[in-house]
Design a protein around this ligand. Structure first.
Ligand code: ADP
Length: 256
């Protein structure tokens, strides 16, 4: 599991990195191109200058094509949202994690009946839960408890930018906790306090990215020496959408 996850995380990071660089590069090229157009207009009858500018225009045009390729590559794995049964997804992850635990960590599940369905990319959802659960494991070298719970909530305040029906998923560990000064940095890509080779610093960035992309949010609370609680708040699919969603699946099944 650890190996597969590390691999997925590296791919994810590579994708993000590529997208970032390509985007930046693409902006730069646009600036250069408009500079060239402006210089051309000001060049008047200076043919030598115009030839130089034409060469520059051709070279940048070629590079613009390259950034488009890079962007296309980095977006090769777009999220594929589908209706997800939160409870069974959590049970699956809890099972995976339990098998990678030493005997001294207890996993406790507390899932409400009839959790509302959510619409997310299943692979990313599973990876996000795994990332958080494995952090919990790493935070409890001397054993402890990982409590995973999920319940339906209705949000009114919209302070997180989400309101209405949502599912909140909590992963609480009794581990070492996160020092105040560190808490502000844990979402940064590549930030890790783990020994070289053990941490990628991408677990929580992925979890956060997943939650945001799903239209929800991620919260982290921690008390050093006592433990950490990570909360996913994910918008629930309304009953209307849930029934709508059933038909395309059937249609694509027939067509496919
Ligand atoms: P990684 O696990 O590879 O270090 P993450 O982004 O998942 O990357 O986590 C970043 C850092 O946040 C960790 O190195 C650790 O210091 C801290 N952290 C995350 N989860 C926990 C937790 N449950 N308990 C204590 N520290 C944590």
């Amino acid at each position: 599991i650890r190996e597969q996850m590390a691999q997925l995380q590296r791919l994810e990071a590579l994708g993000q990195l590529t997208a970032g660089i390509a985007h930046n590069f693409s902006n730069l090229i646009q600036i250069i191109q408009s500079g060239i157009r402006l210089a051309n207009a000001l060049a008047g009858g200076n043919d030598q200058l115009k030839r130089i500018l034409a060469d520059m225009a051709a070279a940048t045009q070629q590079r613009a094509g390259l950034t488009e390729h890079l962007l296309a590559f980095s977006q090769h794995h777009p999220a594929e949202p589908e209706l997800v049964d939160v409870a069974s997804q959590i049970r699956e992850v809890a099972d995976l994690v339990s098998r990678s635990l030493r005997g001294n960590i207890r996993v406790q599940l507390n899932l409400d009946d009839d959790l509302w369905p959510i619409r997310v990319d299943t692979t990313q959802f599973e990876l996000a839960l795994l990332n958080v659960a494995l952090n919990a494991r790493d935070a409890m070298p001397d054993g402890g408890q990982l409590a995973i719970s999920a319940r339906n909530v209705t949000l009114n305040d919209g302070s997180d930018g989400i309101s209405g029906r949502a599912v909140s998923i909590h992963l609480r560990d009794s581990g070492v906790g996160i020092p105040r000064g560190v808490l502000g940095r844990v979402l940064e890509p590549f930030f890790t306090t783990k020994p070289r080779g053990e941490g990628t610093g991408l677990g929580l960035s992925q979890a956060y990215g997943f939650a945001e992309q799903a239209g929800g949010t991620l919260r982290i609370q921690s008390t050093p020496g006592q433990g950490t609680e990570v909360t996913f708040l994910l918008p629930a699919v309304s009953e209307h959408d849930a029934t709508d969603a059933a038909s395309p699946v059937a249609v694509s099944g027939l067509a496919g």
